[in-house]
Design a protein around this ligand. Structure first.
Ligand SMILES: *[C@@H]1O[C@H](CO)[C@@H](O)[C@H](O)[C@H]1NC(C)=O
Ligand SMILES: *[C@@H]1O[C@H](CO)[C@@H](O)[C@H](O)[C@H]1NC(C)=O
Ligand SMILES: *[C@@H]1O[C@H](CO)[C@@H](O)[C@H](O)[C@H]1NC(C)=O
Ligand SMILES: *[C@@H]1O[C@H](CO)[C@@H](O)[C@H](O)[C@H]1NC(C)=O
Ligand SMILES: *[C@@H]1O[C@H](CO)[C@@H](O)[C@H](O)[C@H]1NC(C)=O
Ligand SMILES: *[C@@H]1O[C@H](CO)[C@@H](O)[C@H](O)[C@H]1NC(C)=O
Ligand SMILES: *[C@@H]1O[C@H](CO)[C@@H](O)[C@H](O)[C@H]1NC(C)=O
Ligand SMILES: *[C@@H]1O[C@H](CO)[C@@H](O)[C@H](O)[C@H]1NC(C)=O
Ligand SMILES: *[C@@H]1O[C@H](CO)[C@@H](O)[C@H](O)[C@H]1NC(C)=O
Length: 406
């Protein structure tokens, strides 16, 4: 971040705090009870797109993506009963949220499950959610389906979390955008953002620390590998054109798993399958990679098979493709719910599982079950997630999976 937006955010924060101070000085405590004092704090260590500031009876979350400040007021403080903000820069929320809804199109509900907050999730915008327990609560009628454009309907919830920053926000909307961060751990740290709305900072801190420790432990083991580093290409086909990914977090995963990314100068290009020069160049590059991860979007993952990849590739002579002879052609849609894939849900909250998968992709032991990756070259099919797979009490927290390391 450069200094200009940073100082304007500080300015906004200071004027907000001045306002809060003025309000709270003359308020006192409702009903003579002591207001909830913030008992635990989250400190943002790695993520760069949000900050949390703690006061006595309130918190301020600053979201760098939409430039908004969320003023979180403890429900038993005087200020909560008197204060309501909804401006282009500041919105207030009374916490802990008694209920909330999410725009399930992009929202990774796994963060909510790990924090144990599913019981107050009351609305979602679509049935397609890659979470067995959310599907179960939906089936039991505890969660209703919302029309994302019906703001009156959404207004009945204390907060509505969404990720589509192009959508016009209403007063109870809070942006949740872990996707914008550049590394897997930064994305996972957004658990602290949600935790602040529910006063479960202690849980958020504990989970993030465990995930980070496990992730870094595995990454450290792979950096000491002296063996050859397989080259990985993440590639996607769209409307006649292949391209290689430039997503920073994906390149970081490959590095941390002990692999090699395609050269950055190669990553810039797109390859039109009807242009012979492009095809020739793509052919040459693919002869140099050991692992291919096909991220082509599809509305029907179940029927996306090896033959689909080969058809899209449109290259007759595949004899030099070691990722095919060595059966290392993958997709990250092993866990799906209809066309929604868990890669955009569970994988965000648990990057240590993705890293463990990738290490197995690069250095197969045969003694490990993939969570997110399926091998197209071996004809593996996706697993369909359903409500019957919810095997825990939905009012409790879900524990992150710690992978054996070392
Ligand atoms: C504040 O929230 C807590 C936890 O949800 C709840 O038990 C309590 O009744 C709420 N207090 C008020 C004044 O709303
Ligand atoms: C969703 O809400 C909008 C705005 O109220 C309305 O125009 C639209 O018809 C609704 N869609 C459905 C499917 O109900
Ligand atoms: C959500 O909580 C608020 C505040 O407690 C309450 O007024 C509202 O009725 C609740 N909405 C639903 C759908 O439960
Ligand atoms: C990695 O290698 C370095 C330098 O050789 C060594 O100091 C370190 O202990 C090794 N770490 C692990 C986890 O093996
Ligand atoms: C690919 O190349 C063909 C033939 O040159 C052209 O018609 C088509 O528009 C190109 N596609 C894209 C997406 O550029
Ligand atoms: C093929 O995969 C094995 C591990 O399964 C690996 O040791 C070997 O280096 C790979 N060969 C090529 C050419 O990628
Ligand atoms: C999958 O999504 C499509 C499109 O929304 C829908 O028509 C279909 O019923 C869904 N299938 C299942 C099994 O949920
Ligand atoms: C992989 O999953 C299968 C089926 O659930 C199980 O029997 C096996 O023990 C698992 N293997 C490992 C290494 O976890
Ligand atoms: C689920 O957990 C809650 C909170 O710990 C507990 O009150 C409830 O009895 C549990 N439900 C079942 C079915 O075990």
């Amino acid at each position: 971040m450069d200094s200009a937006p940073c100082s304007s955010w500080l300015q906004a924060l200071f004027s907000l705090l001045a306002l809060v101070w003025v309000l709270s000085c003359c308020g006192g405590v409702r009903g003579g009870t002591t207001p909830t004092k913030v008992s635990s704090f989250s400190k943002v260590e790695d993520a760069v797109n949000f900050h949390i500031y703690y006061g006595q009876t309130f918190k301020v979350i600053k979201n760098a993506i939409d430039g908004q400040s969320y003023l979180l007021l403890q429900n038993n403080s005087r200020i909560a009963s008197r204060t309501k903000y909804c401006t282009s820069r500041i919105k207030s929320f009374v916490i802990p949220l008694s209920n909330y809804s999410v725009d399930t199109d992009y929202f990774p509900v796994s963060f909510l499950e790990i924090l144990g907050l599913l019981e107050s999730l009351k609305g979602i915008t679509a049935d397609s959610v890659a979470s067995p327990c959310v599907l179960k609560l939906r089936q039991e009628g505890q969660i209703q389906i919302l029309n994302r454009s019906d703001y009156q309907q959404i207004a009945q919830f204390s907060a509505h979390f969404y990720s589509d920053t192009d959508q016009q926000p209403a007063c109870n909307f809070a942006t949740f955008v872990p996707f914008v961060e550049d590394t897997p751990l930064q994305r996972a740290e957004w658990i602290k953002y949600i935790g602040a709305f529910a006063n479960v900072e202690a849980r958020a801190n504990q989970v993030y620390a465990a995930v980070k420790e496990n992730y870094l432990c595995m990454a450290k083991l792979t950096t000491n590998r002296t063996s050859f580093k397989p080259t990985v290409a993440w590639m996607k086909y769209d409307n006649g054109v292949w391209s290689f990914t430039k997503e920073a977090y994906q390149l970081k995963y490959v590095e941390d798993a002990g692999g090699e990314n395609l050269d950055a100068s190669i990553n810039k290009n797109t390859y039109n399958v009807t242009n012979p020069d492009d095809v020739e160049e793509l052919h040459a590059i693919l002869c140099t990679v050991e692992v291919v991860i096909d991220e082509t979007l599809t509305s029907d993952p179940t029927n996306y098979m090896l033959s689909t990849f080969i058809q899209n590739l449109n290259i007759e002579d595949r004899s030099c493709f070691s990722f095919l002879t060595n059966t290392s052609l993958w997709r990250y849609d092993k866990r799906i719910q209809n066309y929604t894939i868990d890669w955009y849900n569970g994988a965000l909250a648990q990057p240590q599982l993705v890293l463990a998968d990738l290490i197995e992709v690069l250095f197969p032991t045969g003694n490990y079950n993939m969570t997110y990756f399926r091998n197209l070259a071996k004809g593996e099919a996706p697993i369909n997630i359903g409500p019957e797979m919810c095997d825990r009490n939905t009012s409790t927290t879900m524990d992150p999976t710690v992978v054996a390391c070392g």
